[in-house]
Design a protein around this ligand. Structure first.
Ligand SMILES: Cc1cc2nc3c(=O)[nH]c(=O)nc-3n(C[C@H](O)[C@H](O)[C@H](O)COP(=O)(O)OP(=O)(O)OC[C@H]3O[C@@H](n4cnc5c(N)ncnc54)[C@H](O)[C@@H]3O)c2cc1C
Length: 559
């Protein structure tokens, strides 16, 4: 039950259980700190302490995945301890907690997928297993003493900017209202599983599940298994389970390019090197980062020669692995390498050539209780159906409702397409920041490096607030529009718009990625140019009425 006077009931009237909740136990685990001061009731008390300079701004971080933890570490490092993380799951780790499918691996060299300040000597392979990354993030949370700052099982449903009081009111699924001076959304981009819109899906009588909600209690041995989707995840799953099924049918809509970067095992000696020589760990991280920065990142953002080289290597790999000319043709993409996310994985082509595996590239017409019917009229009988169909990558924080200045909603702001000010902020939403927001450099690169760049940038902005130079900071609309136009122009040179359909493009065909090199991103976000922002003080006419009681706001939240 809520302990706050302004318990908001809009979203709790009809709580929709998400896929995540369905698959995890109802019990909420984790360490619990004292979070009472974050409720609206304690505001006066807190304001007194803030005025006396005892506390910094109240910061709520939404999400305790890789980027939420990073934000928390950097706030602590700066002596800004007045923050909490709200995490709807029961543990840290984000996608590495949710995705437990067989064959899950980091698809970039794992030493590149570490925080720059915390190496991971425990990686056992170049492309480490997902469970190793999850353990790493769990260890980081303990080492940096973050668990007591995390409210597990706390799903934030809405964020409303309380303009008269210059603060954010966050409502959680359990009906509590939290108050924050600054909100950092770190809720992830590949977080909401996407199920395909295929007739008859609900009527499948066997077991079916999305790869991000793997049903480990189902034994695939002796089962006729179907898998829809052949992107990064589908490829990893097929390679891992092919030999464990009675029969595996792989439904391919489009073939993908696979780049042949070999995996390698790290033996104990090599792990000890990383453990004892921080310089060596840094060197590994740096050298892989350079390799990816100078090859993949450039190949997709306009370097035609590197793109051709990448494609040639992938084609050579395919030719070497698949000798059957018909199969080779069916597995050869008709678009440029890099247009869809490049896959770095092993074992897929071998798995497809097993006698118990069938590749189907006729489109799916419908799902029936005992299988899948394809447009060529074939009925594929199945006991288990797996969806490797990706995520709603353009949703960002939605369906969470966010309402900013003058009651403008995020849904309206992004009605045409998603955009952001330098990937981290939005005009009309003061002190509301994002990590891995729209127009971040997402692709075959480490999301950790991207988040580190963004956190560093945000720390400068937060410092402006902490120091009292302003209370509210918000990008100027006109500057964001100019930057957005430049980014859209920059897209024309990238391989993502060269004629394929991918999750890099939204439903209008616009890509929401960073179109240039990662070095340029890092350079542009090195320090905020403060004249790009409106920096203001809170209104002196504070209003004690909670905005959440406003009938108009209530309507917007329940819409
Ligand atoms: C299968 C898979 C493999 C990947 N492999 C790689 C890779 O090899 N290299 C790479 O760089 N990237 C990879 N990624 C991308 C990955 O998304 C990022 O690397 C990284 O995990 C993003 O971290 P995050 O903390 O921003 O988001 P997430 O890991 O998604 O974490 C977000 C957290 O926020 C919580 N949350 C969301 N909404 C709310 C809410 N409203 N209230 C409370 N809590 C909320 C979620 O429960 C979750 O714990 C992969 C993604 C997937 C799905």
């Amino acid at each position: 039950m809520s302990t706050v006077p302004y318990a908001y009931t809009g979203s709790t009237k009809n709580p929709k259980r998400s896929l995540w909740e369905r698959s995890s136990s109802a019990e909420v685990t984790g360490d619990r700190g004292d979070f009472s001061e974050w409720s609206e009731k304690e505001e006066t008390n807190i304001k007194g302490k803030q005025a006396a300079g005892l506390l910094g701004p109240r910061i709520v971080i939404i999400g305790a995945g890789m980027s939420g933890l990073l934000m928390a570490i950097k706030l602590k490092e700066a002596g800004l301890d007045n923050f909490i993380l709200c995490e709807k799951g029961t543990d840290v780790g984000g996608v590495w907690r949710d995705n437990t499918y067989p064959g899950l691996k980091c698809d970039i060299p794992a030493h590149m997928y570490t925080y720059s300040f915390e190496s991971n000597p425990s990686y056992k392979q170049r492309f480490a297993a997902g469970s190793e990354i999850r353990s790493y993030l769990e260890r980081v949370a303990v080492k940096f003493d973050l668990r007591s700052k995390i409210r597990f099982g706390k799903s934030i449903e809405s964020a409303v900017f309380d303009e008269p009081n210059g603060r954010w009111l966050l409502s959680s699924q359990d009906g509590e209202t939290l108050v924050a001076d600054i909100v950092v959304w770190a809720g992830g981009i590949l977080h909401q599983p996407k199920l395909p819109d295929i007739t008859g899906r609900e009527g499948f009588a066997g077991h079916s599940f999305h790869t991000a909600r793997w049903e480990h209690r189902i034994n695939l041995r002796d089962q006729r298994v179907g898998i829809i989707g052949t992107g990064s995840t589908g490829v990893q799953v097929v390679a891992a389970i092919a030999s464990d099924t009675k029969h595996l049918t792989v439904f391919q809509r489009t073939p993908h390019w696979i780049f042949p970067l070999p995996n390698r095992n790290y033996n104990l000696a090599s792990q000890e090197h990383v453990r004892h020589w921080p310089g060596y760990a840094k060197f590994l991280r740096w050298s892989y980062t350079m390799l990816f920065q100078w090859t993949f990142a450039r190949a997709v953002t306009g370097n035609a020669m590197l793109q051709k080289l990448m494609q040639w290597q992938s084609q050579y790999f395919l030719n070497r692995k698949v000798k059957d000319r018909v199969l080779l043709k069916r597995l050869t993409p008709d678009y440029k390498a890099g247009c869809k996310r490049m896959i770095l994985a092993r074992g897929y082509y071998e798995a497809l050539q097993r006698s118990n595996v069938t590749l189907v590239d006729s489109s799916i017409q419908r799902i029936v209780p005992n299988g899948v019917v394809t447009c060529d009229g074939t009925h594929h009988e199945l006991d288990v159906l797996i969806y490797a169909t990706g995520f709603h990558a353009h949703q960002y924080m939605r369906p969470m409702k966010v309402i900013g200045v003058e009651g403008k909603s995020l849904d309206d702001t992004w009605s045409e397409s998603v955009f952001a000010h330098r990937s981290v902020a939005l005009p009309g939403f003061p002190n509301f920041f994002m990590l891995l927001g729209p127009q971040s450099p997402i692709g075959n690169f480490s999301a950790i490096s991207v988040a580190e760049t963004q956190v560093k940038y945000l720390m400068h902005l937060i410092e402006e607030i902490r120091s009292g130079r302003c209370d509210l900071i918000n990008p100027k609309q006109e500057i964001t529009e100019v930057l957005d136009r430049k980014i859209t122009e920059g897209m024309s040179k990238t391989v993502w718009v060269s004629g394929c359909n991918s999750w890099y493009l939204d439903d209008k065909g616009k890509t929401t990625m960073w179109p240039w090199t990662f070095e340029r991103f890092r350079a542009e976000l090195k320090r905020p140019q403060l004249d790009e922002f409106r920096m203001t003080q809170k209104s002196s006419k504070a209003d004690s009425n909670s905005l959440l009681n406003d009938p108009q706001i209530q309507t917007m939240l329940t819409r």
